[in-house]
Design a protein around this ligand. Structure first.
Ligand SMILES: Cc1cc2nc3c(=O)[nH]c(=O)nc-3n(C[C@H](O)[C@H](O)[C@H](O)COP(=O)(O)OP(=O)(O)OC[C@H]3O[C@@H](n4cnc5c(N)ncnc54)[C@H](O)[C@@H]3O)c2cc1C
Length: 406
């Protein structure tokens, strides 16, 4: 069976839904194909208690507020998925679920997308299959007695085998999972790499508000040298600053970057104190920039000197453990919160760099009619986030609409 449509959007997460909404506004005939359900990754690739990292007033599309969630509260992952589903259905967006695109190629002037049941040809294609596609799991631990999983497969403390847990990676996922586990009474080790850790709130405003004021969401590219620095924030438990000293106070043993594994022992780099110090520097720099902004713009915000008081460094940072004998420490589970990679193996077009990322300018590729949306740093820092994908989708839909008659 063959079907022809002007624009095909592949992926029905927030980026695909946003693209569809904007294409609909322009009257562009289009179809969204989603292999599972709308916002599937929010439903089945996040742990049970995950809440949005930003408050509900921020982590949403500009045109629709969350129902039944206070603007300052943090929506749970099911509420986020329901939000996108409701947004799509209430606008009658043409999203076909349960249909996977297994290949995409070009034939003459048209794209040819294959699904298990048909071939769809389209003049424009928007790929919206997600910024975080395939879990990255370093396969260093070979002991079959250790349960290993990626953070996208972690669900809750009760679903793990009894015993201590090593969480590798201290971005938002790793830090939040470590906190959830230690609060549930588990013995927890957390391997901490380079990270930013902005204050949750400062002078009465959430950090997402400050990042907006300071122009950081609109940054075009990561500051050189910070490409691999992850951001540790949390909306859990009402939202609080991700402070690794506080985590250590709860009982988490902090470790440096995980390295080699030999004979049941995992080794760690001697970089923990440096990583913590750089994280502190980042934290304090946000306070400084916020203060400077408030001064320059005459903002009447309450002073917050306590935000500058840091807890003493815990013993696990001042005298770090450089090796962990997993069996001796009773570690039954290792959770790799080590990020994701892209997987565009199903796209048969010569537009990919060696690292697997597509070549594009703000989502526009060199293949006429082919666009990407929702990727990290697509046009700016905000691009992989909910409202950032909305803005990129708006711009790309405008380009497609302008090309409609050509
Ligand atoms: C743990 C975690 C927490 C996050 N928290 C926040 C947050 O609080 N706030 C925020 O703004 N951002 C957050 N993000 C970042 C981002 O918002 C999410 O990753 C979001 O899911 C990205 O949406 P998307 O639509 O671009 O991609 P995805 O949600 O990944 O959607 C892509 C869709 O495409 C489908 N698909 C893939 N391949 C195909 C194919 N070949 N054919 C058909 N369909 C296909 C998938 O099933 C999926 O539904 C978080 C990310 C992670 C990993």
């Amino acid at each position: 069976m063959t079907e022809t449509i002007d624009t095909l959007v592949i992926g029905g997460g927030q980026a695909g839904v946003a693209t569809s909404a904007h294409l609909a506004k322009h009257g562009v005939p289009h179809l969204v194909l989603e292999r599972a359900r709308i916002a599937e990754r929010w439903r089945s690739e996040r742990w049970d208690n995950l809440v949005a990292n930003g408050p509900a007033w921020h982590d949403r599309f500009p045109e629709a507020e969350f129902q039944d969630i206070a603007p300052e509260a943090f929506a749970g992952k099911e509420a986020v998925a329901a939000y996108f589903e409701h947004f799509a259905t209430s606008r009658h967006l043409p999203i076909r679920t349960g249909v996977e695109v297994t290949s995409l190629s070009r034939q003459g002037d048209a794209f040819r997308a294959t699904t298990p049941d048909e071939v769809i040809t389209a003049r424009h294609v928007v790929v919206a299959t997600g910024p975080f596609q395939k879990p990255v799991i370093p396969t260093v631990i070979t002991d079959p007695a250790i349960t290993q999983m990626h953070s996208n497969a972690y669900r809750n403390p009760g679903a793990l085998p009894e015993g201590a847990v090593l969480v590798v990676g201290a971005g938002s996922s790793g830090a939040q999972i470590a906190e959830e586990l230690v609060r549930a009474g588990r013995k927890v080790f957390l391997s901490v790499g380079p990270h930013d850790r902005p204050p949750r709130r400062y002078r009465g405003q959430d950090f997402v508000w400050w990042l907006g004021k300071l122009g950081k969401w609109d940054m075009k590219a990561p500051t050189p040298g910070t490409e691999h620095v992850t951001i540790a924030v949390s909306g859990a438990y009402g939202g609080h600053t991700m402070d690794f000293r506080r985590l250590a106070g709860l009982g988490v043993t902090l470790l440096g970057r995980a390295g080699a594994y030999h004979d049941g022992v995992l080794h760690f780099a001697e970089d923990l104190a440096t990583n913590i110090a750089n994280g502190d520097r980042n934290y304090l720099s946000v306070l400084d920039e916020a203060d400077a902004y408030a001064r320059a713009h005459g903002l009447d915000l309450p002073e917050d000197p306590e935000a500058r008081t840091l807890l003493p460094l815990p013993g696990c940072v001042t005298a770090p453990q450089l090796a962990l004998d997993l069996t001796r420490e009773g570690v039954s589970t290792v959770i790799w919160a080590t990020g994701f990679r892209l997987d565009f193996g199903w796209i048969d077009l010569p537009i990919f760099r060696e690292d697997g990322r597509p070549r594009h300018q703000d989502g526009v590729t060199e293949v006429p009619g082919l666009y990407f949306v929702g990727l990290p740093w697509l046009s700016c820092r905000g691009s992989a986030f909910i409202w950032g994908a909305w803005k990129d989708a708006e711009r790309l839909a405008g380009l497609i609409a302008a090309d409609k008659g050509s």
